[in-house]
Each structure stands twice: as C-alpha cells, then as structure tokens.
Design a protein around this ligand. Structure first.
Ligand SMILES: Cc1ncc(C[n+]2csc(CCOP(=O)(O)OP(=O)(O)O)c2C)c(N)n1
Ligand SMILES: [Mg+2]
Length: 892
C-alpha cells in the first residue's frame, strides 16, 4: 500500500536526503514536535504552490506510532503478568481441546485468543474499569472468537467453575455449560454484548459511545471518563458495518471510544490481504475519517535495531512487504528471516549482523509485547478530541507452534497432538509433567499463590470483574392509565392514520411525569414521512454541539431545532445506526441503570429485511423498547412500488423469539399494546421488545368496543359481530391492520347483497396466536394424561359458526400458520409477490385483498360447503367486477 518511504525519489542523492532528515531531527530536538510539524506542513503547502505534485497519502510509515522515547514505563509486574497470561492461554486451549475430545466437532477457537492474549491481559490488568456504585465503568466488546480466553480468565478469578469450563459449548449439560460466544441471552450475568456476528460490534460500539454522551448531555447521567472498548479482528473489518459509521465517531469527537484491531493478518481461510497490507489500508481509512490511529507493529526487541538504522532503511523495507510475505516470515527460521527480509540490502544485513538466527526468530511483534500495548492503551485513554483505533500486529495462533501458529488452517485448529501439547506447555511454563499435560487438565494455582493474588488485586484496583452484566435500573411505578385513556376513545369521525395516532401517543408520552424523560425517539431521516416534525421543536433533535446555525425555517412553527439537550435521535439515513442506538437505549437499564424507552420508527421495509442481524443481536442482548415499522402494508403504502411496499416484516418478525409483533388496525389497539408493553418491560422487567406496524392510510378511529384489551394483546378479538346471527349463511372474517376495514366493508356487502351474516375479528398478532398454539400443542404432547390445553384461537372460535376467511397486508402464510387450530378450513388472502407503484384501490385489487375479494372468498367457501349455488359465485364475480384472468401477483 502507499508508504511514504517506499518510493525512492528519482535522482536524489542519499546524502541530500540525509541532510534533510538531520535538520528535521535537530528542529525536533531544539524546538519540539509541534514546530517540526508546522515546518512540514508549510513545506507541503510550499511544494504544492511550487507545482510539485505530491501524491495523497493518509499513511504513515510502517512503524510504531509511539516512538521509544515517548513510551511510558510499564507499571505492572511484567513477569508475573506473563505467567498469569500463560495460565489463561493454557486453560483457553484446554477448554477447546477437551471439549473436542469429549464431543467430536463441537468446535471452538484457539488461535484467535492466542493472538490476542496480550491485548486483553494488558486491558484486564491495567485499563478495563468495572461498573461500581460510584462509577459507571468501561464498556468492553470482546471479540467473539476469543471467548475461551475470557472464560479462562474468569476461571482463574474464581468466577467460573472447572465444571463449567468442562462444559464449554455444551450448555445443556447438568450444571450448565458455557456458551460458544458472548451471548447475554444465555449468560445474562456475564456477557453484555453479543459480538460474534462480525461487523455488528464495531458499529454498536460507536453508537454506544455516542449514546453515553447523549445521556450526559441530557443530564441523565454524570459526565465521566468511562471508555467504550471494541476488540475486533482485522478480517472483520471487511464487513461493511465495521467501518460504516467511523465518520460519526470522529464527527461526534467520541474520545470515549477505543477500537483495538487485532491485526494477525489472517482471517478464516487465509490472509486478509495477502497481496497488500491490511494495517496500512485500515490506517488510511481511519486517518481519513480523522481518528487517532496508533500502530503497534514491532516489539521492544526491534528497538535497538531501529536505533542503529539511522538511514530509515528498516522502516522502508518493512513498508515494502505484502502481508502474504509477512505471514511466511513469522513462521520461518531466523536464517530465513535474515536471508529474505534483511537480505534485500547489505546495509540491512549489517544492522542484524550481531544477532544470532535464534534472536531473529524471536523478534516479537508489537501486539505481543505488553510494554508496547500498554503504551498504546495509555495514549488512547489520554487522547482528547477524537476516537482512537489501535492497529496491533500479532500472529494468529501465537504459541501453537507446528499445530497452527501463523498457518492458514489455524482458525479451525481444535486438536493438538501429544508433542504439540508438550511444546505449548513448555513454551508457556505450565507446571504439568509430560504425562499429565497430554490430558490437558485445567490448571489453577492455589488461591494464595502470587499469581491469583496479583490477578485479584489488579481487578480490585479496577473496581471488580469484567465482563459482568447486572440490572441496576429501578422498575417504573406508575401504570399510565391516564396517559393512554384518551386514545381508547376514538377519533370521533376524524380520519387519522395509525401512524398519526402513534405520534400523538408519543407526543403525550414525552410530556409524562414518569416516562417523559426516558423516551428516546429514534428516526432515520423519516420523521416528516411519519408526521413527527412537530416533535423537532418540542423535544429537540440531539446534537452534541447544539445548533451553530440559524435554521432556514426558523420562522416556522415546526423549525428544525437541534439542541445539546435535544431528545430525538435523528440518525440520518442509517437503519443500522438507528438500530444500534435502539440497542444502546434499550439496554441502558443494564448498561447504565437507566430505563430509557426507545421508540425507533422507520420505513418498515428497511427494518427486518435490511438489518435483521442487528435485530437478532438486540434480542440476544435482552433489549427493551418499541420498533415501529412505518409506511407498512404492501397495499397500504401507495405509489412506492416494489422495493418499498412491505408485506414481509410481520413474517420476518416470527423467528426472533422475544419480539412481540403486532399489526394493529386502530388507535386504541396501539394504546393498549404500548401501555401493556411499558408495564411488562419496565415495571415487571420482562425480557422482550416490540415490533408494531403502523400505516399511513387515514380513516376514522373507532372507540374501543368494550373491554377487549386481553384479546388485543393475545392476538385477536371479535370487533364487530354480524347483525343477524341467526342467518343460515354464516362467516367469520379476520382482518388485520388497514385491511381490517376491507373486512368490515365485505361484512356489509355480504349482508346486504348475499344474505351472509359475518362476524369481523381484528387479528392484532398472528405471531402471538401462533406461539400460543404451538405452546398448547407442546404441553399436550408432553402431558398426555392431563387436561388438554386449548389454543386461544380455538377458544375464540368455539362458538363462531360459518366459513372462515382471513385477509392481511402480509403473506398468506401468516393466517395459514394458525389455521390448524381453527375449527374449519381457512381461506387466506394476502400480499405474496412484488409490490407495484399504484394507488391503494388498485393495489388491493391486484393483490386480491380488498372487500370484493374477501366477499368472493367467503362466497366461494360457502359454495364449497354446498351452502350457495354456483350461480351466486358467477353473479358475484360479475357484480364485484372481478377480472378472473388477471395476472397472479405471486408470479407476475
Ligand atoms: C457475519 C459473519 N460472517 C462470517 C463469520 C464466520 N467467521 C468466524 S471467525 C471468521 C474469521 C475471523 O477473522 P478475523 O476477523 O481476522 O479474526 P481473527 O480470528 O483472525 O482474530 C469468520 C469468517 C462470522 N462469525 N460472522
Ligand atoms: Mg485476523
């Protein structure tokens, strides 16, 4: 990659270069780095105006960013820390090797932690501060594949038993086990952040750091110097999410954020950039984004060699190699290194002349040298004004020797043979003899050993153990009946959409004495679409710098008001970023002990469909809050067409176990769901969150017809019974969301034109009904002798006569999945297929979900049952104006 020293200027004498370098050195010595930098900056400007074409480079030479003279003293007992680290290395390896001996192919990773051990241990011994009563603590995102190292450390700390280690990756064993990776859902007292789906944690960490500032700026927590640390792999940075938000971090001057990229130059299959230099590539990306970049490339053993190199030849040579060559060098003999690395120039060879081959082999990389890592961390935590990224060079599978060190297969290595185990044991000085060691026992020195005492003392000094998850927020107390009451009463004929109704509730919640402050509205540049612009002025848009300009619309009532204490997180066009804010706010009850209640409203098609993996991570993290899929419904969103019209999200919400998904039709349904949700999540502390679709079709909102709260929450209730229940021709119509109105219109047509008496049900949640059904089935299967449980849907329909027809703005699979618990055959209408840009009426005709098709489906079901004649159907098709040769929406 670009390396300023790698290109030899044509025709320039070495002597001349030397003179320039020496004069810079003397300025540095006499006037300091600031003056030197100023001179260089002026020189660059002068060169540009003199017509010299300076190639752009965001890179610095391939050398450590922190020079030896600025390196602080290492404050710990280095030898003792090395011994502790070795024990952790051993136990981490033992976990994986043992697990795979007991159960072939159970998996696990050795080489990630092996490469990152020093990066973590310096953090644990000197930097990561725990959450305490007095201090909020640092927040650490551990690289998922390094989890054995975190468990092994917790074992030495006495926090995890040997039995649990034994059951690594076998969580269902008696006494429990340890989850493969960081999963708060599975280990809620230990892990805080799921990180193993690569790319999610860097982005989540950025938004977490920003959310911490948001809480401070809004006066919800004291300003502290707590840091957010995110450890990632170099391969991981290829995920677009990893670097996707780095400019937000610098724009917001998040000096509370530190990325540590473990640059072992390898990913799973092979080198990250065999033909390039991942470190230089990352450096330029982060420097370009105005981060503070600290490269930790070379260990202390290199310092004297660099010192002898007055001509800068070594740095130049280092910048020339591609990563594929480096990978080869680190696993090669000293003689090979001498020949192939230093051998390129006799002057380089001279530099290492005094060193024997063995010493050349042992030249450590920066990421394995605690002194270098400590220096980088210290500089990072002290740095002000921008986030820091530490690019630390390491070797993947460090210490595994023949079993995988630096090899392309190392990521998958799970077994070591006897010789390899003995070698590892010897290399790290584990006190086990040749026979015992091949059993790979876990090893923990006695409680009063210097190692355990030291380790404990260090953690005590830093406030306690990390990682550790605890819930510190106090439950809410109010029940908020008053807040939601007015929304149960209907709109008195005024036409409003469910989105407008929701925004009305949000506005009111923002003013509530208990929850007003806690509400966090989050929107990815879509507030106007949802009619939320009135909140801009009243709640304010959060900006860490306030508003430095007079907004163009300042004279209007609803001007764009940015403020330091603003409450709305207007994220711009990033659903991923908004979701990361949602996660930060929705887990603040644990991270900060604050019950923030996020409401993330977005274009529903760009939610589950686009950022489902973040939603999965949110679920794992036990996030609380409300996601609102706006402009929802494939036929309700008119005009927008194929990419926008959402008939999927209610289906895509099914797999997330702890999401409650609702497709409400009326304002009072939303009110009931919100009130109950706030109670259950923030008062009762239940671990789920909500997905609610809201639409933009305006219609009159009816008052709640009696107390149907229970039905709304459980997924269905009879909204409008048939006028003539005695009729011979009977039907049950199920409608959801805006399509409920089509069912109500069909009810009228059926009654007035065809003498069919239909009850209309509002199905608010097929997911709730489905979960209830499968739970009943399961219970009955497991308890054959006991009184059978009856699914809620079956109970609802026990006395509901006639044919059954369901219609929603989503795929037909939703009603179909609960049809087996219905008393009779179900006809399902839905919006399978690609959307079209059209008006609502045409769309509902196209997808066959309007009142005409509901009517036809009902008559057809009656015809199949022998209740009406064929001629009725023929007439209906004609009267309803249905084109029977119309294209099939599923395939057209
Ligand atoms: C989104 C995602 N894709 C793929 C994987 C599978 N995977 C697990 S580890 C790994 C390689 C990791 O390489 P790197 O980020 O460099 O980490 P290292 O182990 O080298 O420190 C891959 C591809 C994953 N966990 N997540
Ligand atoms: Mg890697």
């Amino acid at each position: 990659m670009d390396n300023e020293l790698s290109t030899q200027p044509h025709g320039m004498e070495d002597v001349e270069i030397q003179e320039w370098l020496e004069s810079l050195d003397s300025v540095l010595e006499s006037s300091g780095p600031e003056v030197a930098a100023e001179i260089l900056e002026r020189l660059r400007a002068h060169a540009t105006v003199s017509g010299i074409d300076l190639p752009f480079s965001a890179n610095t030479p391939y050398a450590n960013t922190i020079p030896v003279r600025l390196q602080p003293l290492f404050p710990g007992d280095q030898e003792l820390e090395r011994r502790i680290k070795s024990l952790i290395r051993w136990n981490a390896l033992a976990m994986v090797v043992r697990a795979n001996r007991v159960e072939h192919n159970i998996g696990g990773h050795i080489s990630t932690y092996a490469s990152a051990a020093t990066l973590y241990e310096v953090g644990f011994n000197h930097f990561f501060r725990a959450r305490t009563e007095e201090f909020e603590g640092d927040t650490v995102y551990f690289q998922g594949h390094a989890s054995p190292g975190m468990y092994a450390r917790a074992f030495l700390e006495g926090r995890i038993s040997a039995q649990k280690l034994e059951n690594f990756r076998r969580e269902l064993k008696p006494g429990g086990g340890l989850s493969s990776y960081p999963h708060p859902w599975l280990m809620p007292d230990f892990w805080e952040f799921p990180t193993v789906s690569m790319g999610l944690s860097p982005l989540m960490a950025i938004y977490q750091a920003r959310f911490n500032r948001y809480l401070e700026d809004r006066g919800m927590k004291p300003a502290t110097d707590a840091k957010v640390w995110a450890f990632l792999g170099d391969g991981e940075t290829d995920e677009p999410e990893s670097l996707g938000a780095i400019t937000l971090a610098s724009r917001e001057k998040l000096d509370n954020l530190i990325f540590v990229v473990n640059c072992n130059l390898q990913r799973l299959d092979g080198p990250v950039r065999g033909n390039g230099q991942i470190i230089q590539e990352l450096e330029s990306a982060f420097r370009g984004a105005r981060w503070n970049v600290i490269k930790v490339l070379w260990g202390s053993e290199w310092d004297p060699i660099f010192e002898r190199d007055t001509e800068g030849l070594l740095v130049k040579r280092m910048g020339e190699l591609v990563d594929g060559e480096y990978q080869k060098l680190v696993v090669s003999s000293g003689a090979y290194v001498r020949e192939h690395f230093f051998g390129s120039d006799p002057r380089l060879l001279q530099l290492v002349e005094p060193l024997p081959d063995e010493a050349l082999r042992r030249l450590r990389l920066g990421g394995h040298d605690p002194r270098k890592v400590y220096a980088a961390y210290k500089a990072a935590v002290e740095h002000k004004g921008s986030p820091t990224v530490i690019l630390a060079r390491t070797i993947k599978g460090y210490g595994l020797g023949e079993a995988g060190e630096g090899k392309n297969v190392t990521h998958q290595q799970k077994k070591l043979n006897e010789d390899e185990l003995r070698e590892f044991r010897s290399r790290f000085g584990i006190p086990l003899n040749d026979v015992d060691c091949i059993e790979v026992p876990f090893y923990r020195p006695a409680e009063d050993s210097v190692e355990i005492q030291y380790l404990r003392a260090r953690r005590e000094a830093l406030g306690g153990y990390v990682p550790k998850r605890s819930i510190r927020a106090k439950p809410l107390v109010a029940d908020h009946d008053e807040l939601f009451k007015e929304f149960l009463e209907g709109s008195e004929g005024r036409e409003v959409s469910t989105t407008m109704a929701f925004v009305g509730m949000l506005r009111k919640m923002l003013k509530d004495a208990e929850i007003g402050k806690l509400v966090v509205p989050i929107v990815p540049d879509e507030a106007r679409t949802f009619g939320m612009e009135s909140l801009f002025r009243t709640a304010g848009i959060y900006s860490s710098v306030g508003q430095k300009y007079e907004p163009v619309d300042v004279n209007t009532l609803l001007y764009y008001k940015e403020a330091k204490e603003g409450q709305i997180l207007e994220e711009g066009i990033t659903e991923a970023g908004s979701m990361a804010s949602f996660i930060a706010a929705g887990t603040a009850y644990a991270t900060h002990g604050i019950n923030t209640i996020p409401f993330f409203i977005y274009y529903s098609m760009f939610g589950f469909q686009r950022i489902a993996d973040f939603i999965w991570a949110a679920a794992d993290m036990r996030t609380r809050g409300f996601m609102l899929g706006g402009t929802a419904g494939r036929t309700t969103l008119s005009g927008e067409g194929l990419q926008h019209q959402d008939g999927n999200s209610q289906v895509l919400a099914l797999p997330v176990p702890n999401i409650k998904a609702y497709d409400p039709a009326f304002a009072y349904e939303i009110a009931v769901i919100l009130q109950d949700g706030i109670r259950r999540m923030y008062k009762d502390g239940e671990n789920f969150f909500y997905y609610i679709t809201v639409m933009n079709e305006p219609y009159a909102m009816p008052p709640m017809p009696g107390n149907v709260k229970d039905g709304i929450l459980r997924g269905m209730y009879r909204f409008r019974p048939a006028a003539n229940a005695k009729s011979k021709l009977r039907a049950q119509l199920f409608g959801s969301g805006a399509i409920l109105n089509e069912a109500l219109r069909a009810q009228e047509i059926l009654e007035t034109k065809y003498g069919v008496a239909a009850d209309v049900w509002s199905v608010t949640s097929y997911k709730e009904l489905y979960n209830d059904g499968i739970e009943s089935e399961r219970w009955n299967r497991l308890h054959p002798g006991e009184k059978a449980r009856v699914p809620y849907v079956t109970k609802c329909l026990a006395d509901a006569p006639g044919v059954l027809v369901a219609a929603s703005d989503y795929l037909k699979t939703l009603p179909n999945m609960i049809s087996k618990w219905m008393p009779r055959r179900l006809a399902s209408l839905g919006t399978d297929g690609f959307g079209r840009s059209e008006g609502r009426a045409s769309l509902r005709d196209f997808f066959e979900v309007d009142s005409r098709f509901i009517t036809l489906a009902t008559l057809h079901e009656l015809f199949v049952d022998g209740k009406v004649e064929r001629s009725v159907l023929d007439k209906a098709i004609k009267d309803l104006g249905i084109n029977t040769d119309k294209p099939n929406p599923v395939t057209s």
